[in-house]
Design a protein around this ligand. Structure first.
Ligand code: UT7
Length: 322
């Protein structure tokens, strides 16, 4: 038994921050950002109306509508986020209330940009074990809450968004095919610490920001992503040539191009929406899947490999058949 994705939905804040806007804020240029990252603009949430949970509710409602199910059929809601506005209650509980999924159990998880895949595979495990039939899996991020708008090394990269998928158990004997990894020793590559937890500071941090060694993360991504996709293919005897699309976390178009080259898979099989969204962390994969579905590119039988990577370090890959 496996959970089939029967519904997809996403939400994007309406406020757009272009590279030209960033030129007014830090020493950078549209040309540099496009050439080094592929990003042209990103969406920034409204702090009053577009929190992680509010955006998640909007994405979830679209996914539920797309699935054509009654929210009361949902058994479990798992929400991935690294940038929640609220610590408790969890954003998944807010979603439960707002969509009317009164029978669902709920929890949030954090594995940074790998979050959606971690949540998806966790939901699949509940489905495979026969405990639950219908799951709602969400990635929602207000990365702008943790961006230092004076740091040109990070502020040009991130954007806000939410994406959601509804999974429904099928009656097949198929197994969920996935690989997840982590390397806590490389946590320093990308981190944001709570001000009260800082051990070596003389004073408490005034605000929490993402701090990143971009080059290290880049090197990690272009090595780890092809390796984990190859590992997934070997583990489950998947022929890469039979895979229709490789849906990667949208962090940098140069990372995606490098993965395509290292796997010897044509770049046409790697859809991208980073130009208009930037890096939306755990929201990137479900948002891109939603776009692909709307464009008619996810038909019954379409085979994809999704891969995410990010802080932790964490990384993962999943084989998904529509
Ligand atoms: O979800 C995972 C999250 N993180 C990532 O995916 C990040 C992965 N890393 C990257 O995407 C890239 O490393 C960056 C886009 C962050 C940076 O690109 P890079 O090609 O690695 O640039 P760099 O850091 O080596 O910097 C090259 C030059 C430096 O100047 P000098 O020392 O050569 O004079 C930087 O100071 O570019 C400069 N620079 C900039 N210039 C204009 C750095 N950021 C900017 C900027 N605008 N925004």
């Amino acid at each position: 038994m496996i959970g089939k994705i029967i519904g997809l939905g996403s939400y994007l804040p309406s406020k757009v921050l272009s590279n030209k806007d960033l030129e007014e804020m830090v020493e950078t240029s549209d040309e540099w950002i496009v050439e080094r990252t592929g990003i042209r603009e990103r969406h920034i949430s409204d702090p009053y109306t577009e929190s992680v949970s509010q955006m998640a509710v909007n994405a979830a409602k679209s996914a539920i509508e797309d699935a054509g199910i009654d929210p009361e059929e949902i058994d479990i809601i798992i929400l991935a986020s690294t940038t929640s506005n609220m610590i408790v209650p969890s954003s998944s509980c807010v979603v439960q209330k707002e969509v009317g999924a009164k029978n669902a159990c709920c929890f949030d998880l954090n594995s940074a940009c790998t979050g959606f895949l971690t949540a998806y595979n966790t939901a699949q495990s509940f489905i495979e074990s026969g405990h639950y039939k219908t799951a709602l899996v969400i990635g929602s991020e207000c990365t702008s809450n943790y961006v230092d708008w004076t740091d040109r090394g990070t502020c040009i990269l991130f954007g806000d968004a939410a994406g959601a998928a509804v999974l429904r158990a099928d009656e097949s004997d198929k197994k969920n095919m996935f690989v997840l990894h982590a390397d806590g020793k490389k946590g320093d590559c990308l981190y944001a610490e709570n001000m009260k937890q800082r051990k070596d500071a003389e004073e408490l941090l005034p605000k929490t920001f993402f701090l990143m060694d971009g080059k290290e993360v880049f090197k990690f991504a272009v090595t780890a992503v092809p390796a984990i996709i190859n590992e997934l293919c070997e583990k489950y005897s998947i022929n890469k040539d039979d895979v229709d699309l490789f849906v990667l976390h949208q962090a940098n178009s140069r990372i995606i191009e490098a993965v395509s080259k290292r796997l010897s898979v044509p770049l046409e099989k790697f859809p991208m929406n980073i130009a208009s969204m930037g890096n939306t962390s755990s929201a990137s994969i479900p948002s891109l899947l939603t776009e692909l579905k709307k464009a008619g590119k996810l038909k019954p039988g379409t085979k994809i490999i999704a891969s995410g990577f990010g802080a932790g370090l964490t990384w993962g890959a999943s084989y998904i058949e529509f």
